[in-house]
Every structure is written in structure tokens, then in C-alpha cells.
Design a protein around this ligand. Structure first.
Ligand code: NA7
Length: 540
């Protein structure tokens, strides 16, 4: 009968990144028997996998953290304004150790299937070795950028030199004296390229299909005195993040771009350009993401900044995006990125103005122009099957009646609050599609707190089955679509609009996340919780 035999766990959590770590903490706090299943050999998620040179977050360190524990806020010191991967991984290790979470984490465990058991009202998971695990609740915490995609260029498997995707960078490596090629110029490549160029490599060839609007990160060390000051300001910083649309420590300027006199406007942009982090994206005039004229003016300003940094005007023009305006894709932040192209041993091969790659061979690449470029190392900075990849491709997920998630979403992604999928009872998603995400730990903390609240509600009320109702799904999907109306980013291919041309079927744009303001998202979810999760079908 339902609930018999008892499942192995109350909750299974897939993934030991920041989402999984905090989910486990909250589930333990509820007194539940929980287990984290993780494919990697340690916790940290993104920060475990991505070890490429230059890897770091673009959110200020003192906003890219957990706030649930005052002790953690008091104890942990950040060493840089934008700390490198090694430090963030140490932070994940520290949280895990501090709360003794590792004993309920199981590594080197790649979940292959997750099937809802109609007769038992439980989830049944199997891993790559065939071992199975059952639970009442399931939390997917696989992250939004964890499923690497190689370029769909003919011959990609044939290269005989050193080749890897950026998220699979080897722990031990050297490219000294080598001819290195890198495909892709997204946020990842823009971090790696200046680091590689610094090393004694023979040459670096960058293959650019689409130029991106990158802007200065302006990192810096944090000394003890500054850390003390930041810590004093934590309440105010945390509040600023909570008030902002995307969870960062600055908010958009509400003035309309073209209504601000030109001199004042330029001075404002100059000031933004000199600031750290995403200020120049999320602290700019708000209409730059919705108004074409405003966006064009701000893009022109940024284009001139790029021109000023290049010795060769022709190369500058290739690096200035033509097909999309500033901020309509995720803005990569950089440290000396553009200056790299002033070096004699660095070459930019731009698809539009030079030539695309036609194929990859054993020894390098052949361009459509016929030119052969010989390489010793080839780096694929070609991104991820973002957000939905881990759910749709990574795991065979089946809900009621054996329906696959791909079937459930055959007409497009539909969720309730970005947390629930109809037909997949007792399953919640952390950083699932149509959830609000910006500054990731800020977003994770709220999502996990909401899931914990929901599970506590089920426990308190003897509910063993909870599935999203059609009405809730329709309401939320409409709300997500309505909120994204008018955004210029909707007109641009990127992982944030669900497009990855290396993945079959990922060609139709849709808002992957909830793009309304974070405070509204939190209010909506909190109201639903206050009202007893009414748009879920709840059964005892
Ligand atoms: P992104 O931002 O998805 O960038 C991937 C890059 O790879 C981008 O420049 C792509 O060009 C390029 N790409 C992908 N496939 C190909 C093929 N087949 N041929 C040529 N070039 C290709 O991934 P990142 O890893 O840089 O960043 C992901 C996120 O991680 C980032 O936004 C941060 O939030 C952290 P395209 O633009 O598609 O023409």
C-alpha cells in the first residue's frame, strides 16, 4: 500500500553544489533522513568542476555567500572582491565541514534515473552502478550550468592533441610553448583568455562566432581592515541584495536614459564603467534593457570603451558585438581581456569577418576559407546545456504514469513557481527553469528555504503527496511570460533564452528564468506558503 514499504530516505537531493549543501542543512534541521547523491568526487558543484585559469564569480564575494548562519558571516573572510574558484571551493568545503554535512553526502554517484512510483508514492532513483535509492521527497539541485556541450563542428572527436571543455580542465596542466586554440568567447573564455595569454605559450588563436559585450571586473584584494568594514556593513549589503531585482548589491537607476542630459549621462556611464562588478549592467539606467534607443546609446558608449583599448581599429571592430545590444546577454566581466588582442602571438579568427571553422582535424582546424591552423591544444569554451539540460538529458526523469519530463514539457517548459512540475509529485527544483535567479547563492537560499517550508507544511499536515495543479502551472507560466515582455534580451539567442545550437531541439527562444524582480518572486512564493500551498493537489 501507499507508504509501504517505507522508503530508504525522507528526502533525496541530487547534487552537492551550493543548492545541495544548503538543502541538506535545511532537511537535517527538519529532522529528516536525507541523502545527497553527487556525480563528482567532492562537494562544490560548479566550483568543483570548473578549475580553468581565471575561474571566478562575477558577483561580489560578500554577496556570493550564505546568510543563514550568523556564525558563518562572522567567521569567513573573503580575500578578494571577486574570489577565485579555489577560494569558493574552500568556502563550500568549509560550510560542509562546519555543519558536518559530508556524512550524508555520497560522491562519485551519477544518478541515471529518477522514477515516481505511482503505487508507493515514492521516488526511486538508480545510479550509474545500478544501485537504487528511494525517498518520499526529491530535490533536484543539479545547478544551471553543469552539462557541458562541445561544438557541433565536424571532426570534433578527431583532434589528437590536448583537448577539453573548460569545465573539465585537468588538475595538472601546462600549455607552455604550445600552439593553443580556444573556441567560444562567452563569460568562461573571457576569463581564461587573458590568463593563457600571460603564460609562455607559443600562440593563442581565439575562434569567435559571436562577440560579447564584456566590461571590466575591477577585482582587488580585501585586506583585514576592509574585511572588518565589510562585515560591519553586512546587514546593509544583504538588504541591498534583497531589494535589488537580481540579488546584487546595486539597483537600476530609474531615470530614463534619453531624458538625462547628454553630459550628465556620459558622466554617469563613466562612473559606472569605473565601478566593480555588474554595476555597469544592473546599476545602469533601467530602460537600457527595454528601450531600443537607450540600449543603442549605452552600447555605443561601451563600443568606444572597447575601441580605446585596442591598438588595431580593425580588430576592435571585430570585438564589438553587432547583432545584440549591451546587457541583452549575460555580460561577461573581464580583466585585461581586450588588451590580449594587442599581443603579437594572439590571433582573433572572427566567424563573420574572417571565416568560420569548417572542421576539426587530428592536428588543428580548417577554416571555411581553406586556411589550415595547426594546434597543439584545443579548448572548448562552448558553454552548457543550461538550466534544463541536467533535468532533461542528464537523468531519465519520469513522473506519474511513467511520463518523461521531455513529454511533460513537449510544448515548452511549464512549472509552478519554478519549484514544481505537474505530474512529478513530491519533487521540487532548486534553480529550476522559471525560477528567479540572478546572484546565485542569494537565489538558492530563498528557493531552499521555500522548499523546506513546503516540506515542513507536508510533514505538519500529514501530507504524503503533493502535485502542482494545472491552474497554478498556467498562472505561473503566464506570469513568467508576461513579465519578460518587452525585454530586448528576448530577441537574442543565449543560454538565458534557452538556445544552444549544439543541442538538438534547443533552438526556440523562451525565458528560461523568471525575469521579474526578485522581491516580487519572493513575495509571490511566500504568499502561496502563507495560504497553504493551495494550487497544489495535496493528499494525506
Ligand atoms: P556561453 O556563454 O554559452 O558561451 C559559449 C561560447 O561558445 C559562445 O561564445 C558561443 O558562441 C560559443 N560556441 C558554442 N558553440 C559553438 C560552435 N559550435 N562553434 C563556435 N562557437 C561556439 O558559455 P560560458 O561557459 O562562456 O558561460 C556560461 C555561463 O557560465 C556564463 O554566462 C556565466 O553565467 C557562467 P555563440 O555566442 O553561441 O555564437
Amino acid at each position: 500500500s501507499i507508504g509501504e514499504p517505507k522508503p530508504d530516505y525522507d528526502v533525496l537531493i541530487i547534487g552537492a553544489g551550493l543548492s545541495g549543501i544548503y538543502s541538506l542543512y535545511r532537511m537535517r534541521e527538519l529532522g529528516l533522513k536525507a541523502r545527497v547523491l553527487e556525480a563528482a568526487s567532492g562537494e562544490g558543484g560548479t566550483w568543483w568542476w570548473n578549475r580553468y585559469p581565471g575561474c571566478r564569480f562575477d558577483s561580489e564575494s560578500y554577496t556570493y555567500h550564505f546568510t543563514f548562519s550568523q556564525e558563518v558571516l562572522d567567521e569567513w573572510d573573503w580575500s578578494e572582491h571577486f574570489s577565485p574558484q579555489s577560494e569558493t571551493l574552500r568556502y563550500a568545503n568549509y560550510i560542509t565541514d562546519k555543519f558536518d554535512l559530508r556524512k550524508d553526502m555520497q560522491f562519485d554517484t551519477k544518478v541515471k534515473t529518477a522514477h515516481w512510483q505511482d503505487d508507493l508514492h515514492t521516488w526511486l532513483l538508480t545510479d550509474a552502478s545500478g544501485k537504487s535509492y528511494s525517498s518520499t521527497f526529491l530535490i533536484t539541485a543539479m545547478g544551471i550550468l553543469n552539462d557541458p556541450t562541445l561544438p557541433n563542428i565536424p571532426g570534433v572527436e578527431s583532434f589528437k592533441g590536448q583537448a577539453f571543455h573548460t569545465s573539465r580542465w585537468p588538475h595538472e596542466w601546462s600549455m607552455d610553448g604550445k600552439r593553443v586554440g580556444i573556441i567560444g568567447t562567452g563569460a568562461t573564455a573571457i576569463q581564461i583568455i587573458p590568463e593563457l595569454a600571460k603564460r609562455p605559450i607559443e600562440s593563442l588563436t581565439v575562434f569567435q562566432r559571436t562577440a560579447n559585450w564584456a566590461a571590466p571586473l575591477r577585482n582587488g584584494k580585501i585586506d583585514a581592515e576592509e574585511m572588518t568594514d565589510l562585515r560591519k556593513r553586512y546587514p546593509e549589503i544583504i538588504q541591498a541584495c534583497a531589494d535589488s531585482a537580481g540579488g546584487f548589491c546595486y539597483s537600476m537607476d530609474t531615470r530614463k536614459t534619453m531624458e538625462v542630459p547628454e553630459k550628465e549621462r556620459l558622466a554617469f556611464w563613466e562612473d559606472l564603467y569605473s565601478q566593480r562588478g555588474f554595476a555597469k549592467w544592473m546599476g545602469a539606467f533601467a530602460d537600457h534593457l527595454t528601450n531600443r534607443e537607450a540600449n543603442k546609446a549605452f552600447s555605443d558608449f561601451n563600443a568606444n570603451k572597447i575601441r580605446q583599448r585596442l591598438n588595431d581599429p580593425a580588430i576592435a571592430e571585430k570585438l564589438i558585438p553587432q547583432g545584440h545590444g549591451f546587457g541583452t546577454r549575460r555580460v561577461p566581466l573581464e580583466t585585461n581581456y581586450f588588451e590580449v588582442y594587442n599581443r603579437p602571438n594572439v590571433r582573433l579568427v572572427d566567424y563573420a569577418t574572417d571565416s568560420p571553422i569548417e572542421r576539426i582535424t587530428e592536428t588543428g582546424v580548417v577554416l571555411a576559407s581553406g586556411e589550415k591552423i595547426e594546434l597543439d591544444c584545443l579548448v572548448y569554451a562552448t558553454g552548457f546545456d543550461a538550466v534544463t539540460g541536467a533535468l532533461l538529458r542528464g537523468i531519465d526523469m519520469r513522473g506519474i504514469g511513467g511520463t518523461t519530463l521531455s513529454e511533460a514539457w513537449s510544448e515548452g517548459v511549464k512549472t509552478y513557481l519554478g519549484l514544481f512540475v505537474k505530474g512529478f509529485p513530491n519533487m521540487t527544483m532548486i534553480m529550476g527553469p522559471h525560477q528567479a535567479f540572478g546572484n546565485i547563492p542569494r537565489s538558492i537560499e530563498f528557493a531552499v528555504d521555500s522548499v523546506a517550508r513546503f516540506i515542513k507544511f507536508c510533514l505538519d499536515n500529514g501530507i504524503t503527496y503533493a502535485d502542482a495543479k494545472e491552474e497554478g502551472v498556467q498562472q505561473w507560466t503566464d506570469h513568467v511570460l508576461k513579465n519578460s515582455e518587452g525585454q530586448l534580451s528576448n530577441e537574442v539567442d543565449s543560454w538565458l533564452t534557452g538556445v544552444n545550437k549544439n543541442v538538438a531541439g534547443k533552438t526556440v527562444r523562451f525565458p528560461v528564468r523568471y525575469t521579474g524582480p526578485g522581491p516580487l518572486y519572493r513575495k509571490t512564493v511566500n504568499d502561496v506558503g502563507d495560504n497553504g500551498w493551495k494550487l497544489l493537489d495535496l493528499q494525506k
